[in-house]
Design a binder for this molecule. Structure first.
Ligand code: SF4
Length: 371
């Protein structure tokens, strides 16, 4: 068979301080975690917990809930206690909800320095409460709600302005000896966002939460996030990520996990290596790839399955994968771990691949090679 080659790391990670969001370590070399945010009214505890359960099932590791009203604040304790993953309360405008979230046992609190009025006066009390409860704070700067003072100074939300806002806020906490902090400096333009995070990474050692804010509908947002996170993570920058999409939050998690898998920052699970097809294809590659993907979805083992349209690159790729097919002349050569195990008629390719995948998965589980 093919010798196991360990996945190549994308880059040496930037050395950041480590914080703990509940049981999830963020920074300090901990695996990059994937977050999302609920879209339910937080005060609707049942609906919120239901969505958190769905997010947990999709692989989400940390969840954030909005807290715009007292009813939402009142719901936090139950949500934090019943959620399977750590809950971060997202607070704008009202410092009193920061205290409520800390008291409620939230795993962390996100504050937006641009939106919290008179926030600076209360940093001392917030720092004390957060320290007493061991609650980390995310300083979440957002281009759309940049501090007025900095907007005047820079004219718009430049990378420098975003970074200055974040570090200024951090310095207020540092004055009270509070450093249990992670930072985000989000912008909807990946180019500005990348530059902001690069500057921020160079100027502090706090763990960084990456996000392209208001990235857009699923397709555009996926591309923007993948490009921006890829640029930063390939330089070792970023400790936790949130993909923002105008789409259900489980979609954000799916995209986030795929980005980390593509960068070898998470073990790849099912990976379909399929060719784009071309004039040489002797089989409908799109249909075949879709059918194989559908048939294997939900498999938790790291399996690389090659679906190739013809014999040009077909046998080579199929051989490199755990399992593969190279089509030709109305038939498919099925490869397992580099060996042709059989040749089947085109109509049997999908079922044969699924059958063989199940066998390999079972074997991996027995050998303990599955994650
Ligand atoms: Fe074309 Fe064959 Fe390459 Fe697929 S494997 S893109 S069909 S040459």
């Amino acid at each position: 068979g093919v010798p196991e080659v360990p996945a190549r790391p994308i880059a040496e990670r930037r050395l950041s301080r480590q914080i703990h969001v509940g049981p999830v370590a963020v920074g300090g070399g901990a695996p990059v975690s994937v977050q999302s945010m609920t879209t339910t009214r937080t005060s609707d505890i049942g609906a919120t917990l239901q969505q958190i359960a769905e997010l947990t099932a999709s692989g989400c590791e940390i969840v954030r809930v909005a807290c715009p009203t007292q009813d939402d604040a009142d719901a936090l304790a139950t949500i934090a206690r019943k959620s399977q993953i750590p809950v971060i309360a997202d607070i704008h405008f009202q410092p009193k909800y920061v205290f409520a979230a800390i008291e409620a046992g939230c795993a962390a609190v996100r504050v937006n320095p641009g939106n919290i009025k008179k926030f600076d006066d209360q940093v001392k009390e917030i720092a004390r409460a957060a320290k007493d409860h061991g609650t980390p704070i995310r300083i979440g700067v957002n281009a759309g709600s940049l501090d007025k003072r900095l907007l005047q100074k820079y004219g718009r939300a430049t990378p420098e302005a975003l970074v200055e806002s974040a570090l200024w806020e951090a310095s207020l906490f540092e004055e009270h000896d509070f450093r249990d902090i992670k930072i985000s400096v989000k912008h909807n333009d990946p180019v500005v966002m990348i530059e902001a995070y690069k500057q921020l990474a160079a100027q502090c050692d706090y763990p960084l939460h990456l996000g392209v804010t208001e990235a857009g509908p699923a397709f555009q947002g996926t591309i923007k996030s993948a490009v921006a996170f890829g640029a930063l993570l390939s330089q070792g920058i970023g400790d936790t990520i949130r993909v923002s999409l105008s789409a259900p939050p489980a979609e954000e998690v799916k995209v986030g996990l795929q980005i980390l898998e593509a960068l070898n920052l998470k073990q790849r699970r099912l990976e379909i290596v399929s060719c784009p097809s071309c004039g040489r294809a002797q089989v409908d590659v799109y249909k075949l790839a879709d059918e194989v993907t559908a048939g294997l979805t939900g498999m938790e083992v790291p399996l690389r399955v090659a679906v190739m349209g013809c014999v040009v690159n077909g046998p080579g790729e199929a051989r490199e994968a755990d399992l593969g097919v190279a089509s030709g002349n109305g038939k498919g050569q099925i490869f397992v771990k580099g060996e042709v195990i059989k040749t089947v008629p085109e109509s049997k390719i999908v079922e044969t691949l699924i059958e063989e995948a199940m066998k390999i998965a079972e074997q991996m589980e027995q050998d303990g090679t599955a994650s």
